[in-house]
Design a protein around this ligand. Structure first.
Ligand SMILES: Nc1nc2c(ncn2[C@@H]2O[C@H](COP(=O)(O)OP(=O)(O)OP(=O)(O)O)[C@@H](O)[C@H]2O)c(=O)[nH]1
Ligand SMILES: [Mg+2]
Length: 209
């Protein structure tokens, strides 16, 4: 199985909506989650780049769909965070819409990483994301972020609880602990990305034969 070097990932473009994205070819894995869940930090930890994706203490920082390229036709996507209350209704509607559109129409989407703060997992919008992905036959990796904020016992308990809850989705949903700060779970993340991207590249090769 081929594996990719995520460290060479580079920024391609930011788009306000699906229509402004590059061609819908190749394979993409999107990072979704509530505002402030740690999506951009996870991308930076994975790629070992301090500021590839912009992070912020102010929730709602990433309001655009940000595309990064790992290799030709292999991309990572930092999606706008959802569920942040303090954002004006109009702005919120607009970016929730572009998020929904991306998920619905993007053929290149091969897997979805849903990031949830380990202290507040599986909120309603998170569940909606997972439900949607399962219904669309898109595999999901749930990362319980900021795991460093909990002591080891509480961490394990949360993991077991979310794993149990995720069975209800009846789909391809894997749950892992993650901490960008402590570099925890990065191996699990890159393995999963490798799986998803290889599946795609093997299909491509078979089609070319
Ligand atoms: N302790 C701890 N803090 C983290 C971790 N990951 C992210 N943070 C902090 O959480 C805040 C939000 O992180 P971001 O990566 O910007 O979150 P985001 O999901 O991209 O947020 P939006 O773009 O607003 O949707 C920042 O202050 C980060 O430093 C982690 O693993 N541990
Ligand atoms: Mg972000």
């Amino acid at each position: 199985m081929p594996s990719w070097n995520y460290h060479v990932t580079h920024f391609v473009t930011s788009a306000p909506d699906v229509r402004h994205l590059p061609d819908d070819t190749g394979a993409e894995v999107a990072f979704a989650g509530r505002s402030n869940a740690g999506k951009s930090s996870a991308l930076n930890a994975l790629t070992q780049q301090k500021s590839l994706a912009r992070t912020s203490k102010t929730p709602g920082r990433t309001q655009l769909i940000n595309l990064f390229e790992v290799a030709d036709g292999v991309r990572l996507v930092d999606l706008p965070g959802y569920g942040y209350a303090e954002v004006p209704e109009e702005v919120k509607r607009k970016w929730q819409k572009s998020l929904g559109e991306y998920l619905e129409v993007r053929q290149a989407l091969k897997g979805l990483v849903v990031l949830m703060d380990i202290r507040h997992p599986m909120k309603e919008l998170d569940q909606q994301m997972v439900t949607w992905a399962v219904a669309s036959d898109i595999p999901v990796l749930v990362l319980l972020t900021k795991a460093d904020k909990l002591a080891s016992g509480a961490r394990k308990k949360q993991l077991a609880m979310v794993r149990e809850a995720s069975l209800a989705f009846m789909g391809d949903v894997q749950v892992e602990l993650f901490s960008s700060l402590k570099k925890l779970g990065i191996d699990k993340l890159s393995q999963k990305l490798d799986d998803w991207f290889s599946e795609y590249s093997e299909q491509q090769e078979a089609a070319e034969e």
